[in-house]
Structure formats: structure tokens, C-alpha cells
Design a protein around this ligand. Structure first.
Ligand code: FRU
Length: 508
């Protein structure tokens, strides 16, 4: 054979085996890391959840989606529906980029009174309101590339038509002008939009979702965290003994307590025009590094259900999955709780998650002296699973998940520091990002003696809801072999009043 041909064949063989290896790796990682109880895109990239709306018995989830690659790129709205917020059906892409730009984050509402005038016969219009991001404009260094547009669905969110009068709000020549979240404000019979504008939130009102008037703004330095841009706001109301209390959710990237992307909130009052925070100090919805851009479903009556993007802009593009990238957190029911004189938002995994539970084990009064390794019933702990435990006294406690490779993830409470923690320093792969391996903490806010922790564990994520959701942490991790051993440890002599374990059925 000619040496050149030989070289080519050797090179080809090499390439084939590299491809083969990467295909093997890719399907191995697909097995290892594809969440079993969390929503992930069927293929390619996802970031923020968008346009979440409940209509005719279905929860709609749209999401920032690049259908062409497993990295961020030209954004479309991917679409999925669910009857229970747990099992999802993938649908075709709902909204495509057009001459005004790609489709950034936003919301969707049910226009029951046909304020928009888009209804045909009895068909109620669903309206999606989102940012269009003109990539060419951005590249050319312009300042007018983010504008707000709407699309209309006249078949219960199956297909969407962009409005000919787009954009409905033009940028006042500000580069960061995005992520409209809209709700119906009954007192003034008007739509209200919260919009992220650089370092503050602006409120707009509209009678018909087409014509918008700026009402006010809130934020800027002195209020909350400003290490990065404010993004993805949401204005929510809760009932406190007949009094309405408002919560403004503001995502910020970077600036989160454990680095990178995070979700802060402010409790206050809203009168249809102005949001007045009771305090300008920051509060965090979730202290873990992997819950970002969370906003709530609209049209859910008295329930307030939030889901976030389970990743962080620090490493979302380079985490070790190949076919798809990133997932949605377990949706959470939010409530407003008074701790002393202060209001806090508590998050609990939605009740629907209980429908996945099987192989339930309930143990009472476990006297913990150093360590307790689960044998028989929970040995080879099946992941995904759910663990609820309550301690008589807030003492040191650690739940250690590990595998035969010596990799481990530790979730716990440190009584001296009075904080919860997730330690992923030895959790598995972290080579893709220097700061990925880390120990992260969340303060304890409750001052009760008794302490409870509810922990939702999937193959590549953990979600900790402590003290009935007052301290929350969401973290992803990438073990090279699924964790199979579970151990409880304490350096104190601790009594676990109640321990509950349940395997969770995979939704795949
Ligand atoms: C938040 C965000 C939004 C924007 C979208 C783009 O993660 O940066 O502000 O609309 O992602 O994909």
C-alpha cells in the first residue's frame, strides 16, 4: 500500500475509534447523568424555563432551547406539557427566531376576557410575551437589540403565531432590556409586566397586551446584589391573614451566595403602579449553585409553583453530558412564612412528587452514635430517591452518598456554624471547571429546636429543603459511577425522631 494511503487509513481508523469511544462515552454518560425524575430536553441545549402556564388540565413548559447543539446559541422556545408537573411530553418547537431576533425568556398568560381581541369565536387566546434578541445588532455593537414581542395561540398552546405589530415594547436604547413576566392585576383590571433592565426592574401596564405604558421602576445600587445583570423577574402575591403581601423575584448573574447565578427576592407592597420593598436587603430563594432563572406558572389559582433551570452560567455549557445539556429543578410550591418579624419565602417540592414513591421505609427514633449505614432495606439505595428526616434537636448530621470508586456527596447540617451544607468536593467529575468541586452552605433561618430536612436525590442532582423549605439548596454533580451506598453520620449523639426513605420511579 502507498504510505500515504496507509497513513490515511490509519488516521481514519483512529478517527473511527475516537468517534466510537466518544459514542460509547456519550451513551455511558447518557445513562449516568440523564436525570430520572427531572425534565431534560430530548436533545441539545436548554436554559431558562419560559412561558409556564396551566391551561385545560395541562402544565405547559416552554424553555430556552438551542435545537442545533448542546451549547447556548440561537434561542427558540422548546415546548413540553405535563398533567402532574413530573411526567413530561416533548412537543415540537413553539416559537422560532424571525427577522426581529432570537426568542429569549418570557412568560405566557391565558387571556380569558379576550382583552387582546385575538379570540376567534369561543377560542380563548393564549399570549406569549418574550424578548427578541437581535444577534446581528449585538455583534454590530448597537444598543437596540432587545425588544419585547408577543405570539398568540388559538388552539390551546399547540401552535403559535407571531403578532404582526411586534415588537410591542421597543428598547429605550438599553442593551439589557428583557425577560417580561406578565400577570393580570384584578384590582385595576390591567396586565402588569415586570421587566429586567440592567440593574433594576421596570413595571409596565397594559389593557390589552399590545400597548404598554411604563409605570415605575425599582432596584439599582443599594437594593440587593449587583455583581451582574438583573434578569428574569417575577412579581407574586401571597395572602397573609387577609392582607396581600408581594414578593419580587429577581435573578442575578453573577452574585449568588455560592458563586455565579442565583435567585434573590424582596418582600414588599404593590399598588398596581409601584413596588415598595419592606427591606432593600437581599434574601435568597435557594443557596445552592444550581437553581437559576426560576419563575412561576401562571393561571394556577391559589398555588404558586416555581421551577428553575438546574445549572449555573459558570459551567452550564461545559458540564459532561453530550446529547443534551441541563435540566429543570423539581417544581416547588412557594409560600410566605413569618420568621420572627420577617417574611420569608418557603419552597417545598410539589406534592405530586409523592406519586413516584415506592419501596417506602419509615424508621422512628434512630439513636445515632457516629454512623449508621443503611443495610438490607436501603442498602444499594436506589437512586432516584427521597429522604425526609427530623431531628429532636438541631445537632450535627450528615447524609453521605458514595460509590465503589470512593466518590461521595455529603448533605448536612453543621450546628456550630448553624448552617446547612452540600459538599461536592469529592462527588466525581469536576475537571471541566476549576471551581465546580466545592463545599456550599446555606444559613439556618428557623429558630425551632427540632430540625427537618427533605432531600430529593437524582443520579446527578440533590435538592435539600430544610425546615419546611426555609433553607433550600440545589446542586448538580457527576459521579463516574452512580452512588450506591447511603450512610448517616453525626459527631453528636443524635436521635433521629423520624426517618423516611422512598425510592422514586423513573420518568424516563
Ligand atoms: C437568563 C438569560 C435571560 C435571557 C436568556 C437567554 O439565564 O440570560 O436573561 O433572556 O437567558 O437565553
Amino acid at each position: 500500500m502507498y504510505p500515504l494511503i496507509k497513513k490515511i487509513i490509519t488516521l481514519a481508523a483512529c478517527l473511527i475509534s475516537v468517534f466510537h469511544l466518544s459514542a460509547q462515552l456519550s451513551s455511558a454518560n447518557e445513562q449516568l447523568y440523564r436525570p430520572r425524575i427531572h425534565f431534560t430536553p430530548a436533545a441539545n441545549w436548554m436554559n431558562d424555563p419560559n412561558g409556564m402556564v396551566f391551561y385545560k388540565g395541562l402544565y405547559h413548559l416552554f424553555y430556552q432551547h438551542n435545537p442545533g447543539a448542546p451549547v447556548w446559541g440561537p434561542m427558540h422556545w422548546g415546548h413540553a406539557t405535563s398533567k402532574d408537573l413530573i411526567h413530561w411530553k416533548h412537543l415540537s418547537i413553539a416559537i422560532y427566531p424571525d427577522s426581529l431576533g432570537t426568542i429569549f425568556s418570557g412568560s405566557a398568560v391565558v387571556d380569558s376576557n379576550n382583552t387582546s381581541g385575538f379570540a376567534r369565536g369561543k377560542q380563548v387566546p393564549l399570549i406569549a410575551i418574550y424578548t427578541q434578541h437581535n444577534m446581528d445588532g449585538e455583534k454590530a455593537g448597537k444598543d437596540d437589540y432587545q425588544n419585547q414581542s408577543i405570539s398568540v395561540s388559538l388552539n390551546d398552546a399547540k401552535t403559535w403565531k407571531t403578532f404582526r405589530g411586534n415588537p410591542v415594547i421597543r428598547t429605550p436604547h438599553l442593551k439589557d432590556f428583557r425577560d417580561p413576566k406578565v400577570f393580570w392585576y384584578e384590582a385595576n383590571k390591567t396586565w402588569i409586566m415586570s421587566l429586567a433592565v440592567g440593574d433594576h426592574i421596570e413595571f409596565y401596564s397594559s389593557p390589552n397586551l399590545r400597548i404598554w405604558k411604563k409605570e415605575s421602576d425599582v432596584g439599582g445600587s443599594g437594593m440587593g446584589v449587583h455583581d451582574g445583570n438583573w434578569e428574569c423577574p417575577d412579581l407574586l402575591s401571597f395572602d397573609d391573614h387577609g392582607k396581600k403581601v408581594w414578593v419580587l423575584i429577581v435573578n442575578v448573574n453573577p452574585g449568588a451566595p455560592n458563586k455565579g447565578s442565583g435567585t434573590q427576592y424582596f418582600v414588599g407592597d404593590f399598588d398596581g403602579h409601584y413596588f415598595t420593598p419592606f427591606s432593600r436587603n437581599v434574601k435568597w430563594l435557594d443557596y445552592g449553585p444550581d437553581n437559576y432563572a426560576g419563575v412561576t406558572w401562571s393561571n394556577t389559582g391559589s398555588r404558586t409553583i416555581l421551577a428553575g433551570w438546574m445549572s449555573n452560567w459558570l459551567y452550564a455549557n461545559i458540564v459532561p453530558t453530550e446529547k443534551w445539556r441541563n435540566a429543570l429543578t423539581i417544581p416547588r410550591d412557594l409560600s410566605l412564612v413569618k420568621v420572627g418579624n420577617d417574611y420569608r419565602v418557603a419552597s417545598k417540592p410539589i406534592k405530586e412528587l409523592e406519586n413516584l414513591e415506592y419501596k417506602k421505609v419509615s424508621l422512628k427514633n434512630i439513636k445515632l452514635d457516629k454512623s449508621f449505614v443503611f443495610s438490607d432495606t436501603i442498602n444499594n439505595a436506589a437512586i432516584p430517591c427521597r429522604i425526609n428526616l427530623s431531628l429532636l434537636k438541631a445537632q450535627n448530621i450528615e447524609l453521605v452518598l458514595s460509590n465503589t470508586k470512593g466518590e461521595q456527596l455529603v448533605v448536612g447540617y453543621d450546628s456550630k456554624a448553624n448552617q446547612f451544607f452540600v459538599d461536592r468536593t469529592k462527588s466525581g467529575r469536576s475537571d471541566f471547571f476549576t471551581d465546580f468541586a466545592g463545599l456550599h452552605t446555606a444559613p439556618r433561618f428557623s429558630n425551632t429546636q427540632q430540625l427537618d430536612m427533605s432531600i430529593v436525590i437524582d443520579v446527578a442532582s440533590v435538592e435539600l429543603f430544610a425546615d419546611s423549605g426555609l433553607s433550600v439548596m440545589t446542586e448538580i454533580f457527576f459521579p463516574t459511577e452512580t452512588y450506591s451506598k447511603m450512610e448517616l453520620r453525626s459527631s453528636d449523639k443524635t436521635t433521629i425522631k423520624h426517618f423516611y426513605y422512598a425510592s422514586l420511579k423513573s420518568i424516563l
